[in-house]
Design a binder for this molecule. Structure first.
Ligand SMILES: [Zn+2]
Length: 374
């Protein structure tokens, strides 16, 4: 290791408070940042997505592209503090980074060196850097993957990462990822910069927080927990359970009606309905499907009101979309959906308990393991 400081043991890592009720700061051309709450973000998002700069009054077209750092004094800006903090990463892999990540990397480097010799003074390795960030960024990364990729029903693992990294091997300040994408940075680019970690502004998850693109050799130890941590789930209060049973009964009726409509498709009755729908523009089957959607929306609203209290409306929206995709992909029944919703919601509402669970390294799939070093 090329440290000039003693990295923290994973048990001594410093946690930063995780909160999902944050707002944003948007950049104006005048160079200043203006505050924007999550509620304010949603309010004008589908209108013009504009706010007035609180410094010069110019209209800012807000969004990820102009998101600024949330905390100008973010403690992770201090290079000597980086290795003291717990960093997080979420993955569908139970053994991230895969044990052979570094050996495959090393084999490719050796192969390239044999092929090219050292005459170029470098090698052509393009292995991507690994990424770690705040707890919020790791959790929101999981929600994004559940929504945007084919991972709606994948198993996810949350990693707590301890870094052994020299203060001099981290860039000063942070890279504005909007200008120079950091998500695709390769290990040889890191090497060319003389860095083991590139600090950058995350504008995709936990917008406005700081993440790191790292060389795998600086991972000192890992602790992992599968998500959700089911025993942290808040119980459903009787009133909510009762409401869910009512909605489930309505859903059963709607589904029975939809089946009946399918069965009588070619009957005289269906022909009559079709003629009627041609006049009214509403078909019975569409009505049943729309009824089901509306009903599931009510289910999500009831569950959100109870389990996502205090979470920013934007994160709530992302969470609910992710859970909807999970439900549709699994064709989950009401009970299963409500249980999973409650369990995953605890990841957002009880971060310190999840962190503690990780730090303890208890549970069947948990534990800390040393990283593979190059
Ligand atoms: Zn301005």
């Amino acid at each position: 290791m090329t440290n000039d400081q003693q990295p923290a043991e994973s048990s001594d890592l410093q946690e930063r408070e995780a909160r999902f009720d944050y707002g944003f700061r948007m950049k104006c051309d005048c160079g200043e940042l203006s505050d924007l709450s999550a509620a304010g973000y949603i309010e004008r998002e589908s209108l013009d997505a504009r706010i007035a700069c609180s410094h010069c009054g110019t209209s800012i077209h807000y969004g990820r592209a102009v998101a600024g750092i949330r905390d100008r004094h973010d403690p992770a800006l201090d290079n000597s503090a980086v290795a003291r903090f717990a960093w997080y990463h979420s993955s569908t892999s139970p053994d991230w980074p895969s044990p052979d990540y570094t050996s495959r990397f090393a084999a490719r480097v050796r192969e390239a060196e044999l092929r090219l010799g050292h005459r170029y003074g470098t090698h052509i390795e393009r292995a991507k850097a690994l990424h770690v960030g705040t707890y919020e960024a790791a959790v929101e990364n999981m929600l994004r993957r559940m929504r945007d990729q084919d991972d709606a029903t994948s198993s996810f693992y949350l990693y707590r990462v301890s870094l052994g990294i020299s203060a001099g091997r981290i860039n000063d300040g942070y890279r504005e990822a909007n200008n120079e994408p950091a998500s695709q940075i390769s290990l040889d680019e890191l090497q060319a910069l003389g860095l083991d970690a590139l600090r950058y502004l995350n504008t995709h998850e936990a917008i406005g927080s700081l993440s790191l693109a790292i060389h795998p050799r600086v991972i000192r130890s890992l602790q992992v927990v599968p998500l959700p941590v089911t025993d942290l789930a808040a119980p459903q209060p009787p009133a909510l359970s009762q409401r869910l049973r009512e909605l489930e009964a309505e859903l059963d009726s709607l589904q029975a009606a939809a089946r009946e409509q399918l069965q009588v498709r070619d009957s005289p009755l269906q022909a009559l309905r079709r003629r009627m729908s041609e006049r009214t523009g509403v078909t019975p089957s569409t009505t049943a499907v729309e009824g089901e959607w509306a009903l599931w929306e009510q289910v999500v609203a009831e569950l959100s009101a109870h389990h996502l209290h205090g979470i920013s409306p934007l994160v709530q929206r992302d969470f609910c979309h992710a859970l909807e995709d999970w439900r549709r992909s699994r064709e989950a029944a009401m009970d299963e959906f409500a249980s999973f919703f409650a369990a995953l919601a605890a990841t957002l509402t009880r971060p310190s308990d999840v962190m503690q669970r990780l730090a303890q390294g208890t549970g069947p799939a948990n534990g800390s393991r040393g990283s593979t070093k190059l």
